[in-house]
Design a protein around this ligand. Structure first.
Ligand code: DX5
Ligand code: ZN
Length: 228
């Protein structure tokens, strides 16, 4: 599977609806939504009301990335707002096992996100509760940063670890600094879902999206597409 997940953190919020529609018309299936709380990361972005509005008018798979301390407090609310997947950070959550289960109990895909310096072994004892793994390929908090080269090896190591634990169908999502120059090595290392903020929203949205999409292989697996 190969998916480009444009991150609306880099969108023009005066034109958000228009930009989301343009992406949908360009064949986009996923939207990445970065929720920041000003605690786990310095910045504050947006939350449930925005997701609700997008959900109302869009069939995109809403991939919600919680850069939020103690995310267990908000799982129900983000699910109710319309998230299709929810990523929680291993570094921000004291009860990872329980929180992943809580996400699944809401009927939402459960994903564990890891900062660049966090070991791949953070997933060791929760592999049975994972629908996806998100590897940060920059330090979380801001769009427009450069891909950290060491994350290519980390992606390869994570792919191997997942495969060895019966998680062949659990895809790796990479987030940060993904563009035409970095997507190739990340894909080669085993990533299948590519978050792209500035590489999609800077300049001509539709053309940027199409160019990046032609670099990916195949369509999303059925259960990673929103069925309406
Ligand atoms: C960073 C966010 C990313 C960000 C990526 O903390 O999680 O999703 O929007 O932006 P680019 O693609 O510009 O690095
Ligand atoms: Zn993100």
């Amino acid at each position: 599977m190969g998916i480009i997940a444009p991150s609306i953190l880099s969108a023009d919020f005066m034109k958000l609806g228009e930009q989301v529609r343009t992406l949908e018309e360009s064949g986009c299936r996923w939207l990445h939504i970065d929720v920041m709380d000003g605690m786990f990361v310095p910045s504050i972005s947006f939350g449930m009301p925005l997701i609700k509005s997008i959900r109302k008018d869009s069939r995109l798979f809403l991939d919600v990335h919680l850069m939020v301390k103690d995310p267990e407090r908000y799982i129900h609310e983000f699910a109710a707002a319309g998230a299709d997947s929810i990523s929680i950070h291993a570094e921000a959550c004291a009860h990872i096992d329980r929180t992943l289960q809580a996400i699944r109990d809401e009927g939402v895909k459960a994903c564990l996100a890891l900062n660049p310096a966090t070991s791949v072994h953070a997933v060791d004892y929760v592999t049975d509760k994972l629908d996806m793994v998100l590897l940060m390929t920059v330090n979380p908090g801001f769009g427009g940063q450069s891909y950290i080269p060491a994350m290519t090896k980390k992606t390869r190591d994570m792919r191997q670890l997942l495969d060895e634990n019966g998680c062949e169908n659990v895809p790796i999502e990479v987030d940060g600094g993904i563009n035409g120059s970095t997507i190739g090595e990340s894909m080669e290392a085993g990533a299948e879902i590519f978050v792209a903020g500035s590489a999609v929203f800077r300049g001509d949205l539709a053309s940027n999206f199409r160019k990046l999409s032609t670099r990916t292989l195949g369509e999303p697996q059925d259960d990673f597409v929103r069925i309406v």
